[in-house]
Design a protein around this ligand. Structure first.
Ligand SMILES: [Zn+2]
Length: 253
C-alpha cells in the first residue's frame, strides 16, 4: 500500500466501522474509535511500522551500521570520532541544524574522516509531531543547506526526531529526495545511567544487518563505545558505512 493513502484509508475504514457499530451495536461505539487512535499512535511512534513513511530500519548485509543522533556536540562528538578511528569504523551522524551551525569544524571533521551526515531537523523540537508539513519541510531544507554550506556535501539521509512519522512528515518528504533511516536496535543510551548494563544490553542484542541508534551528545555513549566496538570485532562483525549497501529503501523494507 502506498503510504500516502494510509491516513485517508484508515479514516474511511474508521467511519465505515463506526457507522456499522452504531447501527447494529451502539453500545460498542468506542471500539472503532479506540482502534483508530491506537493505529495512528502505532504508525506515528513506531518507525518500523512503515505506515506513513517508508523507512530503512535494517540492511541486507552482514555488517553493523552505527548511527549517532542529536550532535554535533562540542565535547563528545570529537571523542566518538577518535574511538571510531581507532577501530577503523564508519558511522552515520544525524545532526541537528542549530547545533551544526554552532560547530562547523566538528561537522567538517565528520565528513573528512569518512562518515556520513544526515538530517535530524533544525530545532529537534519536542513538538515535532504536531508540526505542519510546511514547517517540517522548512526545517529539513534549512538543515540540508547548513550541512551543504559547511561540508560541501549534499545530505541524502533523514531521521525524524524520536522516530516520529506522521502524515505531515510524509507530505513534507514527498517533495524531497531523501531516504528516511530508522533503526533495528535502539540503545536507550538516553535512559541508562549504568555503563555496564547499557554495554551488556547492546552486546546481547546486536545482530548482523542491524542499524544501531546511539547519541553523540552523551558521556555514557562515549564511555561504552570502545568496549562495544571491540566486542563487535571479537565476534567478527564489521562496522560499515551505509553507502556500501546503497540507499534504495525499497530493498530494505
Ligand atoms: Zn534526536
Amino acid at each position: 500500500m502506498k503510504q500516502r493513502y494510509a491516513f485517508p484509508l484508515l479514516f474511511l475504514l474508521f467511519i465505515a466501522a463506526e457507522t456499522a457499530v452504531i447501527l447494529f451495536a451502539s453500545w460498542w461505539w468506542f471500539l472503532p474509535l479506540a482502534l483508530f487512535i491506537a493505529t495512528l499512535l502505532w504508525g506515528s511512534f513506531s518507525i518500523s511500522s512503515h505506515l506513513f513513511v517508508p523507512t530503512m530500519c535494517s540492511h541486507s548485509g552482514s555488517g553493523i551500521i552505527l548511527s549517532f543522533d542529536d550532535g554535533p556536540h562540542e565535547i563528545y562528538t570529537g571523542k566518538i570520532l577518535e574511538i571510531l578511528k581507532k577501530h577503523n569504523a564508519k558511522a552515520l551522524f544525524f545532526v541537528i541544524g542549530k547545533e551544526a551551525e554552532k560547530h562547523p569544524d566538528i561537522l567538517r571533521r565528520i565528513t573528512e574522516e569518512g562518515h556520513t551526515i544526515g538530517i535530524h531537523t533544525f530545532s529537534h523540537s519536542p513538538f515535532f509531531g504536531f508540526f505542519s508539513a510546511k514547517k517540517v519541510h522548512d526545517e529539513i531544507v534549512k538543515t540540508a543547506t547548513i550541512i551543504r554550506e559547511i561540508t560541501g556535501v549534499e545530505p541524502s539521509l533523514f531521521r525524524p526526531p524520536s522516530g516520529i512519522t506522521n502524515p505531515p512528515l510524509a507530505k513534507a518528504l514527498r517533495r524531497l529526495n531523501l531516504t528516511t533511516i530508522g533503526w533495528t536496535l535502539r540503545s536507550f543510551d538516553t535512559l541508562f545511567s549504568n555503563r555496564e548494563r547499557l554495554l551488556q544490553r547492546l552486546i546481547a542484542h546486536t545482530e548482523p544487518g542491524n542499524i544501531i541508534l546511539l547519541h553523540d551528545r552523551l558521556a555514557i555513549t562515549v564511555e561504552i563505545l570502545d568496549d562495544y566496538l571491540q566486542s563487535l570485532r571479537d565476534r567478527g562483525f564489521l562496522v560499515e558505512s551505509l553507502a556500501r549497501y546503497g540507499l534504495d529503501t525499497q530493498d530494505a523494507l
